[in-house]
Ligand binder design. Structure first.
Ligand code: AMP
Length: 272
């Protein structure tokens, strides 16, 4: 398993940072720790550097990302996985929709982009996710859904934490359009239905809380086509980026929820 701490070259040498309360595994970070004040001083410098850059000295938490076009099922599969592994699903789409609903300045700015099916500016979503990753429920890990979507976002994420695996859901465009145009979302709890595939018991009402279901503006066909184009143009480089990093896993996203979940679990078990 690759070391989870990046040690800058200026601090590499005969010393290495030792995570508190834990002896370094043999070969961890590739260095040995001599006794004495030099190591303590270097440890303090590195610790301060790590805090400043917000890289965690020791990351045992599960760090996954779901990749794929809108409507590929990232959210659906992530939900299955969070039930199994008890880590939160971090969806920038959901965070942005919450900001829109609250009518915050950020939400108002984001809404224009979202309604048009365009991406929200990188600096907005990077700020949102940075903040979210520091919350307590991420201690055991997280599954990112819908972030990163661009290379600058991926690079910003790499400065915060190191992903272990990216699950890339591959789904043809026609299937995506059929899935998204039938999608309905609960106005109250955000639960997702589909007019044909996952119909609510009472048409137009949420099974959980009885609130009205609605069709998101960006789930209308014209916006979907735009989102697919935007997604392809902006996120294909991510596939190359994570493939080059050796952590990309392709999964047939049209194989049905149970098969896609099973394939994803198999991938997770290989990285645990
Ligand atoms: P989603 O629910 O993931 O389909 O996201 C809905 C909309 O939120 C997208 O069409 C974008 O406008 C915006 N959005 C969500 N995540 C991101 C992101 N990582 N970068 C930019 N825009 C995003």
């Amino acid at each position: 398993r690759a070391p989870s701490v990046f040690v800058p070259s200026c601090l590499r040498g005969p010393v290495v940072f030792q995570a508190r309360g834990r002896a370094p595994a043999s070969g961890e970070n590739g260095r040995t720790m001599p006794a004495g004040s030099a190591s303590l001083a270097a440890g303090a410098v590195l610790h301060s550097l790590l805090s400043r850059t917000r890289i965690h000295p020791k990351e045992d938490r599960m760090r996954l990302m779901m990749l794929g076009p809108p409507g590929a099922g990232k959210g659906t599969i992530a939900k299955k996985l969070i039930d199994k592994y008890a880590v939160p699903q971090l969806s920038t789409g959901a965070l942005l929709r919450a900001a829109v609903q609250e009518g915050t300045p950020l939400g108002l700015e984001a809404k224009k982009c979202m309604d048009a099916g365009d991406l929200v500016p990188d600096k907005v979503v990077i700020g949102l996710i940075k903040e979210r990753l520091t919350q307590r429920d991420c201690t055991k890990g997280f599954i990112l859904d819908g972030f990163p979507r661009t290379l600058p976002q991926a690079e910003a994420l790499a400065r915060i934490t190191k992903l272990q695996a990216v699950i890339n859901l591959d789904v043809p465009d026609d299937e995506v359009i059929s899935r998204l145009s039938g999608r309905r979302t609960c106005t109250k709890c955000g639960a997702i239905y589909h007019v044909r595939n996952i119909p609510p018991k009472t048409p137009g009402k949420c099974d959980k809380d009885g609130a009205d279901l609605f069709q998101r503006d960006d789930d209308k066909e014209e916006a979907i086509r735009n989102r697919l184009n935007v997604s392809r143009r902006q996120t294909l480089p991510l596939i190359d980026y994570y493939r080059a990093a050796g952590i990309l896993h392709d999964v047939d996203g049209a194989a049905g929820v149970d098969n896609v979940t099973a394939a994803s679990v198999k991938i997770i078990e290989t990285i645990k």
